[in-house]
Ligand binder design. Structure first.
Ligand code: SF4
Length: 416
């Protein structure tokens, strides 16, 4: 990848972060810019809080970004993003896929950019989530367990990885051109969806965790009718909603580690939603009776909080508040044993061991080990086969219900 074209364009003097959402919102509202104006009108009216001198400056940066990106778009759609709601609402979602956490660091260095050793797009990533991340471990983005475990990523593996890398290179090499192209792509998508009678939703962190409300708050004001939404592990973003744009919805993302779990509790206590990944099988995976024709049911409760099935769609902005947003493990996450994925041991089995998994979540969980062990020992063979190998090995030496086995905290369950 040659970033010479960006360097030749001169200095990108866009500040790292500029303004806060409230300043930007006040500016936009004072200018009466919430509904109906053309993008150019909106841009020109608030040019003082944008990193361009005028409309022509933005247009020049769009041109520069397009020259660098070629056919690659910043915002794309995917089957997951485009799952619609069953209630007939017509949404279309596009999102930004970049190399997650620190996975793009060496690639940036290889094209001549200086980045620090602790460079990351996900400041609150955990060991487990980085290993299991969709951005390097699922679907077409799957780099394979060896690359992910060793940190030796290949950003030339396919068009998908090349596109992720190009977006990050533009973001780091010429932030202003990145913003310009982002604005143009959102505008084009919104225009197309308006014509088609659809509502546009944008997920700017499909595989990253950038606080966009601080990084580029102008985006939300320029597109007041577009819905923005994200998952995040930066809990403070949810605990200070006054600083969130009104058209930006966040869902906290549970991962491994007690720090994350404490934060998940805080978010729930504040009325926010927490996403939890379960080992519940998906359609096409082996369950109790062979291959499942439909996704197995997620637990009904987690830590006493109702679980909704977030694999039915990606429309997190329509979720009720104060719920667990349940997801099934995908890609490399299916092998997770860090505690990032909640092992429910209900794989494909209804009404046997209930769906209230109590795993490694202090405060969210009440662990009753006796019942757990009892459930496993008397559970049927198929149930046992779904248990991660660490637990299965423990069973080999266990013959009666009275025996206890040493089970790691994150693998404890309660039979209800
Ligand atoms: S914080 Fe999210 S996007 Fe970042 S590495 Fe973890 S799971 Fe992936």
């Amino acid at each position: 990848m040659n970033i010479g074209i960006l360097q030749a364009a001169g200095t990108d003097n866009t500040p790292e972060q500029f303004g806060n959402w409230q300043d930007v919102r006040d500016t936009f509202e004072a200018a009466g810019l919430y509904y109906g104006d053309s993008l150019r009108d909106r841009i020109e009216a608030v040019i003082d809080v944008l990193p361009w001198q005028d409309w022509d400056g933005l247009a020049a940066d769009v041109k520069l970004a397009k020259e660098f990106m070629g056919a690659t778009k910043l915002l794309t759609n995917s089957a997951k993003l485009n799952k619609g709601r069953s209630d007939g609402d017509d949404y279309r979602t596009i999102g930004l896929y970049m190399p997650p956490a620190s996975s793009g660091r060496d690639m940036l260095r290889s094209i001549g950019l200086q980045v620090s050793d602790n460079y990351t797009l996900c400041p609150a990533a955990t060991a487990g989530c980085a290993l299991a991340c969709l951005g390097t471990g699922s679907g077409h983005m799957n780099q394979g367990v060896e690359r992910v475990a060793s940190g030796q990523y290949d950003w030339d593996l396919s068009n998908v990885q090349r596109a992720q890398a190009k977006r990050l290179a533009l973001f780091e090499a010429h932030r202003r051109a990145f913003y310009a192209l982002l604005i143009k792509e959102v505008e084009a998508a919104e225009r197309a969806d308006r014509k088609a009678g659809r509502q546009l939703a944008v997920r700017p962190n499909c595989t990253s965790d950038i606080a966009w409300e601080r990084q580029f708050p102008q985006l939300f004001g320029l597109f007041p009718d577009v819905i923005f939404y994200d998952y995040t592990k930066l809990h403070k973003r949810l605990l200070a909603p006054a600083f969130l744009p009104r058209n930006y919805t966040l869902t906290y993302s549970r991962a491994d580690g007690s720090v994350n779990h404490d934060r998940a509790e805080q978010v729930l206590a504040a009325g926010g939603n927490v996403a939890v990944v379960f080992d519940t099988p998906r359609k096409g995976e082996r369950g109790r009776n062979g291959t499942l024709k439909a996704d197995a049911a997620l637990p009904a409760l987690f830590g006493g909080v109702p679980v909704i099935d977030a694999d039915l769609d990606d429309a997190r902005f329509l979720d009720p508040q104060g719920v667990i947003v349940g997801l099934r493990a995908k890609g490399l996450a299916k092998a997770d044993l860090t505690g990032f994925v909640v092992h429910t041991c209900i794989a494909g089995i209804k009404d046997k061991v209930h769906a209230d998994a109590r795993v490694g979540c202090p405060g969210l969980s009440v662990i009753t080990a006796d019942q757990t062990i009892d459930a496993f020992i008397h559970g049927d063979q198929n149930l046992r086969q779904t248990i991660p190998s660490i637990l299965r090995d423990a069973f080999k030496s266990t013959t009666t219900a009275d025996q206890t086995i040493d089970v790691p905290d994150y693998l404890l369950y309660r039979k209800s």
